[in-house]
Design a protein around this ligand. Structure first.
Ligand code: PMP
Length: 426
C-alpha cells in the first residue's frame, strides 16, 4: 500500500470522502488521490516521493509557479508582524489600488476569502441594488456553492430553476434562471419576457468549469446589451479567468466591461483571498456605506494580501503573458499533434494560460451539451496513464487546465513525450 493510499483510508474516517473539497477525491476518474507533500515551480511531490509536472496549479492560483521564491519571502517577512488583526492595514489599500489599475471596470472593491464568498456577495449586492430577486446563470457554469448558485435548469428553457443539491430551498432556487452558454438568442428571449425582474446575469466569460469553453462571437456583447437595456447588473465571474487569460482577465481580452467582477485564485497567490468589485454607484450600496450587508473576520488578511500583491507584481512584469500564452500554445498544439499520430480524436480550446482538451470528433466545442458527449471513459484512462508517466492533469473531463510560467519548454516537451506514449496505447 502506498502512503497516499494509507492516508486516504485514514482521511475517510474523519473527513467526508477523505477530502476537504469534492473534486480532490478522484471520484470521476477512480483510484486514490495523491497526497501532496510539497510543490516547487512546475512540480508537485507526493508523500511517496513521486514527482509530477503539474497542470492544475491548485486549480489556477499558481500562475507564477509553486512556492515562488519572491512570494514565499514576502509571506515569511509579513508573518513576523502577526497573522491577522481584524483592522485595516496599508497593504489592503495598496492591493486595491493595484487591482483597480489592472481592471479599470473596477472602481471599488471588497476583499473576501474565497470565490464562493465573492460571487455570493456580488449577487446579494446586485439584488440589493436593483431591488429585484431573479438572477440568470448558464448551464455548466460554476460560481461557488452559494445557495442561489447551486441550481440547475428547470424542465425546458425559460422555466424556473431547481436545486441541484439537497439543502437548497426550492423557494430560493426558483429565482435562479439557467440558460445555455453561448446561446445569445435565449438570453434575448428571456429578457424580452421578464427583463424588468432580473437583478443580474452572472457568467464565466470563458467557461472553465465545463472544461474550457470561450465565448462565441457576440455572446458577451449580447449580455452587455440586454443588461443595459433592462437595468440589470452584468457580473463577470473572473475567479478563474482573472489574471489568467490576460492580465486584465477576460474583460480585457474580449473588450467588454461588466458592472461587477468577482476575482479569486491568482489574486491570493495560493492563499485564501478573493474579491468582488465594480461600478462605484453599485459598490457604494455595501455596508458600512450602504444597506447591503457583507463582512468577514479574515477578509483582507495580511498574509493573503502579501502573497496576492507579490503575485500581481510578478505577473505585471513585461512579457509575462506572451510567454505564458506561448507555452500554453506549445502544449495544446503538441497534444493535438501527438493524438493525431495515434488516430485519437482530440479537440482543444485555449485562451491565454488556460486550456481544455476534449476527447471528441467535433472540431469546435462551444457548449455544455457537446462537452457532455465527449468520451469520458477515454479521458479517465488518459488521466491515469499520464499520472503514471509523471504528469498531473485535473482529475475530471469537466475541468480546465492551467499553465504556469515556471513550466519550461523542457517540461512541456517531456509532457508531450509522455502523451505520445499514452496516446499510442489508448
Ligand atoms: N467561480 C468560479 C468561476 C470558479 O472557478 C470557482 C472555483 N473553482 C469559484 C467561483 C468558487 O471559488 P472558491 O472555490 O474559492 O470558493
Amino acid at each position: 500500500m502506498t502512503k497516499s493510499q494509507s492516508l486516504f483510508e485514514q482521511a475517510q474516517l474523519t473527513i467526508p470522502g477523505g477530502v476537504n473539497s469534492p473534486v480532490r477525491a478522484f471520484k470521476s476518474v477512480g483510484g486514490t488521490p495523491l497526497f501532496i507533500e510539497r510543490a516547487k515551480g512546475a512540480y508537485l511531490f507526493d508523500v511517496d516521493g513521486n514527482k509530477y509536472i503539474d497542470y492544475v496549479g491548485s486549480w489556477g492560483p499558481m500562475i507564477a509557479g509553486h512556492a515562488h521564491p519572491e512570494v514565499i519571502e514576502a509571506v515569511k517577512t509579513a508573518s513576523e508582524n502577526g497573522l491577522s488583526f481584524g483592522a485595516p492595514t496599508e497593504i489592503e489599500v495598496t492591493i486595491s489600488k493595484k487591482i483597480c489599475e489592472i481592471l479599470p471596470s473596477i472602481e471599488m472593491l471588497r476583499m473576501v476569502s474565497s470565490g464562493t464568498e465573492a460571487t455570493m456577495s456580488a449577487i446579494r449586492l446586485a439584488r440589493g441594488f436593483t431591488g429585484r430577486d431573479d438572477i440568470v446563470k448558464f448551464e455548466g457554469g460554476y460560481h461557488g456553492h452559494g445557495d442561489s448558485l447551486l441550481v440547475k435548469a428547470g424542465s425546458g428553457a425559460l422555466t424556473f430553476g431547481e436545486p441541484n443539491s439537497p439543502g437548497v430551498p426550492a423557494d430560493l432556487a426558483k429565482h435562479t434562471l439557467t440558460l445555455d452558454y453561448n446561446n445569445p438568442q435565449q438570453v434575448k428571449d428571456l429578457f424580452a419576457k421578464m427583463g424588468d425582474k432580473i437583478a443580474c446575469i452572472i457568467v464565466e466569460p470563458v467557461a472553465g468549469n465545463m472544461n474550457c469553453i470561450p465565448p462565441s462571437e457576440g455572446f458577451l456583447e449580447t449580455l452587455r446589451e440586454v443588461c443595459d437595456e433592462h437595468g440589470s447588473v452584468l457580473i463577470f465571474d473572473e475567479v478563474m479567468t482573472g489574471f489568467r487569460v490576460a492580465l486584465g482577465g477576460a474583460q480585457a481580452h474580449y473588450g467588454i466591461k461588466p458592472d461587477l467582477t468577482t476575482l479569486g485564485k491568482v489574486i491570493g497567490g495560493g492563499m485564501p483571498a478573493a474579491a468582488f468589485g465594480g461600478r462605484k454607484d453599485i459598490m457604494e450600496k455595501l455596508s458600512p456605506l450602504g444597506p447591503v450587508y457583507q463582512a468577514g473576520t479574515l477578509s483582507g488578511n495580511p498574509l493573503a494580501m502579501t502573497a496576492g500583491l507579490k503575485t500581481l507584481e510578478i505577473i505585471s512584469r513585461d512579457g509575462f503573458y506572451p510567454e505564458l500564452t506561448e507555452k500554453t500554445e506549445l502544449f495544446v498544439n503538441g497534444m493535438l499533434e501527438r493524438a493525431r499520430q495515434s488516430d485519437i480524436p482530440l479537440s482543444s480550446n485555449q485562451v491565454g494560460g488556460m486550456f481544455g482538451l476534449f476527447f471528441s470528433d467535433e472540431d469546435k466545442i462551444e457548449n455544455f451539451a457537446q462537452v457532455s458527449k465527449c468520451n469520458i471513459e477515454r479521458f479517465n484512462r488518459f488521466f491515469h496513464s499520464m499520472l503514471d508517466e509523471g504528469v498531473n492533469l485535473a482529475p475530471s473531463a469537466y475541468e480546465a487546465g492551467f499553465m504556469s510560467n515556471a513550466h519550461t519548454v523542457e517540461d512541456i516537451n517531456a509532457t508531450l513525450g509522455a502523451a505520445e506514449k499514452v496516446f499510442a496505447n489508448l
